[in-house]
Design a protein around this ligand. Structure first.
Ligand SMILES: C[S@@+](CC[C@H](N)C(=O)[O-])C[C@H]1O[C@@H](n2cnc3c(N)ncnc32)[C@H](O)[C@@H]1O
Length: 314
């Protein structure tokens, strides 16, 4: 199967990274390699370097194929979780880099491959793993979590209004027999929550919540951003694209914390902490143009935040 994914805000990402042709650039979520290819095209044949990371084997294969011969510079690829960015850079013998991109969430390839179980539009086993070497799947969440825990993830990760009703329906159904497929889960949700006119598919929020839980997407985000900033050179840029408010809030708050100077209590007449900011935030969050959203509806909720490294952590 071809790897289909339309990269989002490509020109904005290239601009945001303020590319140094002799620099090293890391894409922590390389997917099909669309962003990395665009970045690599601006790099010098001898001195520029790219590194693509993804936890999904399909992505690494597709990116390698799409990028290697399309850019002048050299580079490498690694099937890894970006939470291990520091170790990955060490493996490649790289200490500091000039730019880092995170384009969070799932690729269209993952959503549109029915057997991977990410989509409420196809009936498939409950899977939703980005990394298929991981043992823990959506089936484990749906069949093994107790009712309180299901309510919490549907509420916290899906912002689902009917969390309680859906969790109760799942617990009732699985007493009779385990819930094995996305189709069974969708049917259960459809029977449980009222269909609203503009709320999208009734299973959308639960599927987002289960996917986030299976892949531990939110819990690694802040520490991964901090690791990335740590490995940037002074003047290097970090660009992050998010697709929902839960991710965006973490990016915004982490940037804010890294950009903070003095952290003395407000009552102190003079600064005694000597705390220095590590980054400066570049502009406001950007969103895709109307033309891009028209051409790619999945870009609709994208938000790009950018920061530049200005100081080392003490
Ligand atoms: C939106 S897609 C990226 C698309 C890519 N920028 C392109 O231009 O084709 C997100 C990718 O990030 C990967 N991903 C998500 N979380 C990850 C993590 N913690 N570590 C590594 N890769 C991750 C997913 O497997 C997916 O391939």
């Amino acid at each position: 199967m071809d790897f289909e994914h339309k990269s989002v805000m490509v020109n904005e990402v290239v601009d945001a990274l303020n590319i140094n042709p002799n620099g090293i650039y890391v894409d922590c979520t390389v997917g099909g390699g669309g962003h990395l290819k665009a970045i690599g095209k601006h790099l010098d044949r001898l001195n520029g370097k790219i590194l693509g990371i993804d936890r999904d084997e399909d992505a690494i294969m597709a990116a390698t194929k799409n990028v290697v011969n399309a850019v002048p510079c050299g580079g490498g690829f690694s099937r890894e979780n970006f939470k291990n960015l520091d170790k990955t850079l060490d493996t490649f013998g790289i200490r500091k880099v000039d730019g880092i991109l995170f384009d969070l969430g799932v690729s269209s390839h993952q959503i549109d491959t029915p057997e991977r179980g990410f989509s409420y539009m196809h009936d498939a086993p409950l899977d939703m793993r980005m990394d298929r070497e991981q043992k823990f799947t959506a089936r484990d969440v749906i069949n093994d979590y107790d009712e309180e825990r299901l309510i919490k993830i549907f509420h916290d990760y899906g912002e689902e209004r009917f969390s309680k009703r859906i969790a109760a329906a799942i617990c009732r159904a699985r007493k009779i027999s385990p819930i094995e497929t996305t189709g069974e889960l969708v049917k259960l949700i459809e029977q449980t929550v009222p269909r609203t006119k503009n709320g999208g598919h009734p299973a959308k929020r639960v599927f987002q919540a289960v996917r986030i839980e299976v892949n531990g997407e939110l819990e690694i985000l802040e520490s991964s951003i901090r690791k990335a900033v740590d490995r940037l050179k002074i003047g290097g840029r970090i660009a992050i694209i998010t697709f929902h408010s839960l991710e965006d809030r973490i990016v915004k708050e982490t940037f804010k914390s890294l950009a903070q100077g003095c952290i003395c209590p407000k009552s102190f007449p003079v600064c005694t902490c000597n705390h220095k900011p590590e980054i400066k935030i570049i502009g406001r969050a950007k969103t895709p143009s109307a033309e891009e959203i028209e051409a790619n509806s999945r870009a609709k909720s994208a938000k790009l935040r950018v920061a530049e490294k200005i100081g080392e952590r003490e």
